[in-house]
Design a protein. Structure first.
Length: 291
């Protein structure tokens, strides 16, 4: 049975670093406090169209999550990573010291940096955080940038992603409605099982829950960029020794963590599971079209 914990607002961000304990005698070895970067899509194209990538133009905002904190970097370097490859990161703008800032990106710029854009390509934008002579990477080769679960904070956006998307057409995407479970962090479906997915309307789908009496997970899809969201909704109540009442789920982590991918036939939801007494954390549910 899963154990509950209280939901706590993070007042500051803790990440692993090479910091010396002597820098702050109250901190454990290897820990340092940073002000979390905040990267947002301000305007322009919501995604890159795979059949017209050169039409892509967008403006990205660069800021800090804790605006009033005295914890600020010496400077930020704005960077972009292609296809999740931490070895393929390019710097777009260096030595950013005033916030907020903005940067214009385009299909031409991305092509100049990385070559031809094709369906399925993704571009993640973030900042390397430089302070006290140390650099904290937006996209490290191991682990999460700035620390685990930073994207779970309210309205947090440590990175922003633009993808070259295949157009989402509900009937084509759903097909016969049979999807294989490839990731099941909450462990109600079971990896390898087949889940039924149904069309609610042209931009809404529902995943049938595998427990009798539970409600389906209803997912809203942004047709402009294939990002997905789950509004807080009741799932149901477990029997047996479950003592917490109705279980709820809502997506968390934004579009980088919640999306449909018509190119690969995937659905991904990063769900925050809660009850009236508190929350259990965020767990990924990922499905792909069954063959």
């Amino acid at each position: 049975m899963k154990k509950i914990f209280s939901i706590l607002m993070l007042l500051s961000l803790v990440v692993v670093s090479a910091c010396r304990k002597s820098d702050n005698a109250t901190m454990p070895d290897g820990m340092v406090y940073l002000n979390q970067p905040h990267i947002t899509k301000i305007s322009g194209s919501p995604a890159i169209l795979d059949d017209d990538p050169m039409s892509f133009e967008a403006k990205i905002g660069i800021d800090l999550y804790f605006k009033d904190s005295d914890k600020k970097p010496d400077y930020l370097d704005f960077v972009v990573m292609k296809n999740g490859d931490a070895k393929n990161v390019k710097t777009l703008k260096g030595n950013i010291t005033s916030y907020p800032d903005e940067f214009d990106v385009s299909g031409q710029l991305l092509t100049d940096l990385f070559g031809t854009i094709v369906a399925g390509d993704s571009y993640d934008f973030g900042v390397n955080y430089i302070t006290g002579g140390a650099t904290y990477l937006a996209f490290p080769e191991v682990g999460d940038g700035y620390g685990a679960n930073v994207g779970s904070q309210p309205d947090a956006s440590p990175t922003a992603r633009y993808s070259a998307i295949c157009s989402y057409i509900a009937d084509d995407f759903i097909g016969d409605g049979k999807f294989k479970v490839v990731t099941d962090g909450w462990a109600d479906f079971g990896v390898g099982s087949i889940a039924d997915v149904v069309k609610v309307d042209e931009s809404t789908i529902a995943i049938t829950y595998p427990i009798d009496g539970f409600n389906p997970i209803t997912i809203d899809i942004n047709l402009g960029d294939n990002t997905a969201s789950v509004a807080r909704q009741p799932l149901g109540t477990y029997g047996g020794s479950w003592q917490y009442g109705t279980l709820y789920v809502a997506s968390t982590g934004g579009g980088n963590a919640n999306y449909v991918d018509p190119c690969s036939g995937r659905i991904r939801i990063n769900g925050s599971y809660t009850v009236s007494a508190g929350g259990f954390g965020a767990f990924v549910l990922e499905l792909e079209k069954a063959q």
